[in-house]
Design a binder for this molecule. Structure first.
Ligand code: MN
Length: 308
């Protein structure tokens, strides 16, 4: 079944942002972008019509109807089916899930959290609005983050910038760093929790084979992992992990900003280059090693700007 809806111009960025990792190049004068996974194909037309196809189409259609506020046009049976079957396997199980943030930001650390959620936690977490942190505002995350940290079993690891830069210099790639952090957070979390765990879920960032290749030399490797795409919507443990990670990242960014007395921007856009130059000129270029991921393209550009 195909689902089609029309978005406003100012909603385009959010939609594209959400799917960007799955972009597929398609040459068609009427098509703006196509995103594809094994379970979903998203076609964005230049007319701002969006078509969803595949197994996950209905689920995403309903998500966008929530976010953008249009009425999802699905028959009653389809809608009921979606509620019961959209997350059939994992949603109602006890699981430890892990997710990371900060990997796309020039400034700030990489944060990975593993969190434990059991079926009796679901309604409270849903009521708090916990879902994929990318779909929540930072204000909401800041308002509930401290309570989540207090009330739910989890382990958060922060890889600060000097250590991150050192690992990159040693030849680690980003996915290997992520695999190490996920493995470590999961291991610690599994050791801590009191209840039973049916699944260990990782928001997939590379193939299963590569993941285990990356961690093969680690003394303790967590096995039996279920790797899921967009795992934040498959299980609240992953959603919770993403929210706690983002909350922690925001706190760290605040502290780093405080240390240089300037608000450090997120992401890797033009604002980052401008602020990077200001920081480097005020505190010295080497300060960036304490605040930023120096293998980003932004870093080269900042150095160039400073030498002009
Ligand atoms: Mn993720």
């Amino acid at each position: 079944m195909n689902y089609v809806f029309t978005i406003a111009e100012n909603q385009l960025e959010e939609l594209v942002d959400y799917y960007q990792e799955d972009e597929t190049l398609v040459k068609d004068p009427y098509i703006y972008k196509v995103f594809a996974t094994s379970k979903l194909r998203v076609t964005v037309y230049k007319t701002l019509k969006v078509m969803l196809q595949g197994e996950d189409a209905l689920q995403d259609y309903q998500m966008w109807s929530d976010i953008f506020g249009f009425t999802a046009d699905v028959g009653v049976t389809e809608a009921t089916k979606a509620k019961g079957f959209a997350k059939p396997r994992y949603y109602q199980t006890a699981a430890v899930g892990s997710d990371e943030v900060g990997t796309g930001d020039y400034f700030g650390p990489v944060v990975v959290t593993a969190a434990y959620v059991k079926p009796t936690d679901i309604s409270a977490l849903e009521a708090l609005g916990v879902r994929d942190s990318k779909k929540m505002t930072d204000e909401t995350i800041q308002s509930i983050g401290a309570d989540l940290i207090k009330n739910y079993e989890h382990v958060t690891l922060v890889l600060d910038n000097p250590k991150y830069n050192e690992l990159i210099a040693q030849g680690y790639n980003l996915n290997k760093i992520k695999a190490y952090l996920h493995n470590h957070a999961l291991a610690k979390c599994l050791k801590q929790i009191s209840g039973k765990t049916e699944y260990i879920i990782v928001d997939q960032f590379c193939s299963k084979e590569l993941y285990f290749e990356y961690v093969k030399d680690v003394p303790y490797v967590v096995k039996d992992i279920t790797f899921l795409e967009r795992a934040e919507s498959e299980h609240l443990a992953v959603a919770l992990a993403s929210v706690i990670s983002r909350y922690t990242f925001l706190e760290k960014m605040r502290a780093l900003s405080e240390s240089v007395k300037i608000n450090l921007p997120f992401g890797a856009g033009p604002a980052v280059d401008i602020i990077g130059e200001i920081v480097a000129k005020k505190h010295g270029i080497e300060t960036l090693n304490l605040l930023a991921k120096t293998h980003f393209k932004n870093h080269e550009r900042i150095l160039e700007r400073c030498h002009k």
